[in-house]
Design a protein around this ligand. Structure first.
Ligand code: SF4
Length: 164
């Protein structure tokens, strides 16, 4: 059984069908230019505070101390998909909490000079727990959820699997 990861949580917020494909290791081609933009943003921004750490099911872009708080931050290319990025960060905060680590989160969009605080409140924790359970349910399905066209489809790397 594939472990629920930050990437799966982010995909879940965009498309349930994408979650199923990813869980079956159907990895789409993302395009050299997109990968390069991502690499440059990560290298050029927040250099001083950047400390990337990687665990079994997640990779945190930045981890730092702010006063008495531990803050983890995710760096994004744009603020277009902030809802899914927020949920991914909540997933990391939840996993850290399970390890006994209390932290706060920040979403950073260097190109737009944006910074958004994310906290694991009781309500947010329940929300992320429900998301994790639903991802597990989708992963265990023998076939992907039914195709439903959305505004994400035309730019989705899996579109060849869904329509042509
Ligand atoms: S093409 Fe659309 S339905 Fe298919 S995986 Fe991508 S977002 Fe989901």
């Amino acid at each position: 059984m594939v472990k629920v990861s930050g990437y799966l949580v982010q995909s879940y917020m965009i498309c349930r069908r994408q979650v199923w494909f990813y869980s079956r290791e159907v990895i789409p081609y993302q395009g050299e230019d997109l990968l390069e933009i991502g690499r440059l943003i990560h290298k050029g921004s927040y250099k001083r505070e950047k400390k990337e750490i990687e665990f079994e099911c997640f990779k945190i872009d930045i981890i730092k101390n702010k006063g008495s708080n531990l803050v983890i931050a995710e760096v994004k290319k744009s603020s277009k998909a902030m809802k899914s990025a927020r949920m991914q960060l909540l997933f990391y905060l939840y996993k850290l909490k399970q390890m006994g680590v209390s932290a706060k989160g920040e979403l950073l969009v260097p190109k737009e000079r944006k910074r958004e605080k994310v906290e694991l409140t009781e309500e947010a924790e329940e929300e992320i727990r429900n998301v994790i359970e639903d991802i597990k349910r989708i992963i265990s399905m023998p076939a992907p959820p039914e195709f439903k066209k959305s505004r994400y489809c035309n730019k989705c790397a899996y579109k060849d699997f869904c329509f042509s």
